[in-house]
Design a protein around this ligand. Structure first.
Ligand SMILES: Cc1ncc(COP(=O)(O)O)c(C=O)c1O
Length: 387
């Protein structure tokens, strides 16, 4: 069977692979501890669920405008003004089926064959695949613990070519939890404006930030970069609404218009009931996310402390999101072998770093209970000690 060339090298998500395998094992009665989760282990708050029930009862069960209801766009505009000091008009906003869908549409509209997109590595697994489906070329720029897993202006400048279309900035980052400072973002903004490239700013973990770190939206730091930036966010992580599939983008009018046309012909609109619930979420208080963040912080501190004391293991202390990126290079196994053996021999699921662009690491999600974290870390400690 001859399939389209552009999907030939498309791979499945390694994050989903390992979590699915762990789920299957659990289902068959095996006591597996999973550090694979890419979603908060909290239920969606009741008042948001109630809003969905109310929308359902009021008959909000039909197509909405393809880029989202007027009410949700207003709520998003209000959120971006309040939290991010960003000013957008409704025609600059597209509500989509999750932030993932928003990102997918951006690459479809911006990129074509011959274009390059700069992706700081380690990266979220879907970026390179989305770029490739848009027939563009991902250009990876390696970062390490020494530079806090962040692309430096020098490295960005060195990666630029005439073909560069865009750079992706993901702060807080999945998988490392790195958070860019205002000064670091300003430098990137200046380069993007000078070189006339787009910035795709994935801010989905914005509300999950620890300690002194603060979130800044790059689009708000410089007038020139605002014109070239797509700010991407969504409800999945902050409100524990991963299954509701509501994300959004805000950006320059002309490409956003094309994304809107693309959405007309691909999804028609995001789910109407979920959109109504999203208005309630965005206009409501931050109490839920603050409580969740406090819990994640406790888990992060515990996990970092434990791994730092394990034989041949170390970990980068994440400033945001709910993942810890742990260096396994001294163990002497590549990340896939490490993860496969750990699952088989100690019944603990972690995600191999190779899928994120660094084979010397594994990713552990702390979006699971303290009890599971303790049990899983006990098992890892014992397993690495015996290796
Ligand atoms: C960095 C990053 N961006 C985007 C997404 C997509 O989120 P959504 O559920 O809104 O599609 C994820 C989900 O794991 C993510 O980790």
């Amino acid at each position: 069977m001859k399939l389209a060339g552009r999907v030939k090298s498309l791979s499945s998500s390694p994050t989903l692979q390992i979590t699915n395998k762990a789920k299957q094992l659990k289902k068959s009665g095996v006591d597996v501890v999973s550090f694979g989760a890419g979603e908060p282990d909290f239920d969606t708050p009741q008042y948001i669920k109630d809003a969905a029930v109310c929308a359902l009862q009021q008959g909000m069960t039909k197509y909405t405008p393809s880029t989202g209801t007027a009410a949700l766009k207003e709520a998003i505009i209000g959120k971006l003004e309040r939290d991010n000091l960003l000013h957008y008009r409704p025609e600059q906003i597209v509500v989509s089926c999750g932030a993932k869908h928003a990102l997918y549409s951006i690459f479809q509209v911006l990129c074509e064959r011959g274009d390059e997109v700069i992706i700081p590595a380690p990266y979220w697994v879907s970026y390179p695949e989305m770029v490739k489906v848009a027939e563009a070329t991902p250009v990876f720029v390696g970062t390490g613990e020494k530079d806090g897993f962040k692309i430096t202006p020098k490295k960005l400048q060195a990666a630029l070519t005439k073909k560069t279309k865009a750079v992706i900035i993901n702060s807080p980052s999945n998988p490392t939890g790195a958070v860019y400072t205002k000064e670091e973002l300003l430098e990137i903004a200046r380069i993007a404006a000078k070189e006339d490239i787009f910035v795709i700013s994935d801010e989905i973990y914005e509300k999950l930030i620890y300690g002194d770190a603060r979130h800044y939206s790059i689009a708000g730091l410089d007038k020139e970069v605002y014109k070239r930036t797509f700010t991407v966010n969504g409800l999945s992580k902050a409100y524990s609404m991963t299954g509701w599939r509501i994300g959004y983008l805000a950006g320059p009018k002309e490409p956003v218009e094309k994304i809107s046309n693309l959405q007309d012909h691909s999804t028609s609109c995001p789910n109407s009931i979920a959109q109504a619930a999203a208005v309630t979420a965005l206009e409501g208080p931050d109490d839920f996310v603050n409580k969740m963040r406090d819990e994640f912080l406790k888990r992060r501190d515990y996990l970092v402390e434990r791994i730092s004391n394990m034989k041949n293991m170390s970990v980068f202390c994440p400033q945001g999101a709910f993942y810890a990126f742990s260096n396994i290079s001294r163990v002497g196994l590549d990340s896939v072998t490490f993860a496969a053996r750990l699952l088989d021999e100690a019944r603990v699921a972690v995600v191999p770093g190779v899928g994120f662009g660094d084979d010397k690491y594994i990713r552990l999600s702390f979006a699971t209970s303290m009890e599971q974290i303790t049990k899983g870390l006990d098992r890892i400690e014992e397993w690495v000690r015996k290796l």
